[in-house]
Ligand binder design. Structure first.
Ligand SMILES: [Zn+2]
Length: 496
């Protein structure tokens, strides 16, 4: 990047999100992402037969309004649809119904975290359109078209050119993906093409006000690809500018095999699409009442959840918070256990001020040990351990009734056998040794049978201390609290 440091990188995004609706945008064909048979969900309307009339899918309009509201946008009371004309084999009508000058949502923004702090990106618009079909290229050189996807409700989001790095682009896209999932308006899975990102990138000399010529990059089907394509494109454009050349305004595709961007075609200006108002659809009017109702249906969003987990439960570690924010079900389990922890605290008369300590312990055991038992996969944990039992387990650790070593054994049994921790501890005789005399006896007998370790220790070999602790823990079957064992052992060694 050093040779490019004389340039500022300017990036804007166009993102398509497949809207989660029962049927297509303008007909009643099913929206079924799992349909493997080609051309099953098709009808004369989405095939563009003459004489058919489209009808607006209100569920799709609700979705785009909700997403617009979550992205702090203004929702238009008056919107309309337009025809975007182009010819491509996957477009049966020869045009796409889209929105040109009156999009549903305008002037939004999204702020999100980056390495340098919080970044705000302005969103120019969100408009409603329909998807094209899918071309399937067979190995024998023939191409086929599958129209199952043709006419699905598609949301297009256009940002202002506010990004200056791949990291910002990816963090924005990930946050948007999470918001779409929280709202249940799109699965936004990039690998499945439910979220498609186009990057518009240009360079300008530092301090220069005017933007450089932008190049559009397509075919980006993962966050990794976006990162690579941006890095490659910055290098390519900088090299051209360094040599005194000019950047051609064009569309380039990222070639995965070669890891480079390749020119596909010169970029069309909007007039080349010959937009005109869709004559078969009336303008779409969106009432304030509808907007208000939808606003009321917006659930807690990722950023709200982050702040609440911190405020309500005292969680401090951003990584732990993120595990819960990324997984709604896991967060729900965490909160259920936390409620039960409070019940157990009252029951066991634990000072309320200790609540955050216990919750921190809970969060740690959930995100490390419990997740470990499930091989890192987030499953329905309440099926394995009911929240009440997990809370009891946390209280037992907090009270020192079991140490961290025993805790691992107990948790595994809770997970495998679906039993409550107290019964497991009783059945297996795992209760921590509290009896001072008993502890004394065990340590004495270990010292008696290891005279050489004692003299080694006395001669300055500190490892012998750890060896003796190991012997003590083994003899007590892990039931002595290690801290307690260390304390008694040091005292005894001093007096020998
Ligand atoms: Zn149809």
């Amino acid at each position: 990047m050093e040779k490019n440091s004389k340039y500022d990188v300017v990036i804007g995004l166009e993102i398509h999100l497949e809207s989660k609706t029962k049927s297509k945008m303008f007909c009643s064909c099913l929206n079924d992402a799992d349909e493997r048979r080609p051309n099953i969900n098709v009808c004369p309307i989405c095939m563009g037969h003459p004489g058919t009339l489209p009808q607006i899918n209100e569920e799709a309009i609700d979705n785009i309004i909700k997403l617009g509201l979550a992205l702090n946008s203004k929702i238009s009371n008056y919107t309309k649809f337009d025809r975007k004309n182009y010819f491509y084999p996957d477009l049966p009508k020869g045009y796409q119904i889209s929105q040109f000058d009156y999009p549903v949502c305008r002037e939004g923004f999204l702020d999100f975290k980056t390495e340098k702090g919080v970044k705000l990106v302005r969103i120019n618009r969100l408009h409603q359109e329909e998807d094209a079909g899918r071309l399937v290229h067979a190995s024998d050189g023939t191409s086929m078209v599958d129209f199952n996807r043709a006419g699905l409700a598609l949301i297009e989001l256009v940002t202002e050119p506010d990004f200056s790095s791949a990291e910002e682009v990816i963090n924005f896209a990930k946050e948007l993906q999470l918001i779409a999932r929280y709202l249940n308006v799109s699965e936004a899975n990039m690998e499945k093409g439910e979220m498609r990102i186009e990057v518009n990138l240009s360079l300008k000399e530092k301090g220069e006000r005017e933007l450089g010529t932008k190049v559009e990059i397509k075919n980006l089907n993962s966050f990794k690809t976006i990162e690579k394509a941006i890095a490659y494109e910055i290098e390519r454009q900088a090299e051209i500018l360094e040599e005194g050349g000019t950047i051609v305004q064009e569309t380039r595709g990222f070639n995965d095999a070669k890891q480079i961007t390749i020119s596909q075609r010169s970029k069309e200006d909007s007039h080349e699409y010959r937009y005109f108002p869709e004559p078969d659809l009336p303008p779409l009017l969106i009432s304030e009442e509808r907007i208000k109702t939808l606003k009321g249906r917006i659930p807690e969003l990722p950023q709200g959840k982050r702040l609440r987990l911190e405020g309500e439960y005292g969680l401090k570690d951003p990584k732990t918070i993120e595990v819960f924010v990324q997984n709604k079900d896991f967060a729900e389990y965490f909160e259920k256990v936390a409620t039960e922890v409070l019940n157990w605290m009252q029951h066991k008369r634990i000072d309320k001020e200790k609540y955050f300590d216990l919750i921190k312990l809970e969060a740690n055991y959930l995100t490390s040990d419990l997740l470990g038992l499930a091989n890192g996969e987030i499953i329905d944990f309440s099926e394995k351990i009911i929240p009440e039992n997990f809370a009891e387990f946390i209280v037992l650790i907090h009270n020192g009734e079991i140490n961290s070593k025993i805790a691992k054994v107990v948790l595994k049994d809770m997970y495998d056998l679906k039993k409550d921790p107290t019964h497991i501890i009783e059945d297996k005789g795992l209760k921590q040794l509290d009896d001072e005399k008993e502890i004394d006896k065990i340590i004495e007998s270990v010292l008696e049978s290891n005279p050489s370790a004692i003299s080694d220790y006395k001669n300055g070999k500190l490892a012998s201390f750890q060896f003796l602790i190991g012997q003590i823990m083994a003899k007590s079957k892990g039931k002595i609290n290690p801290d307690k064992a260390k304390e008694v052992l040091s005292r005894k060694l001093e007096n020998i």
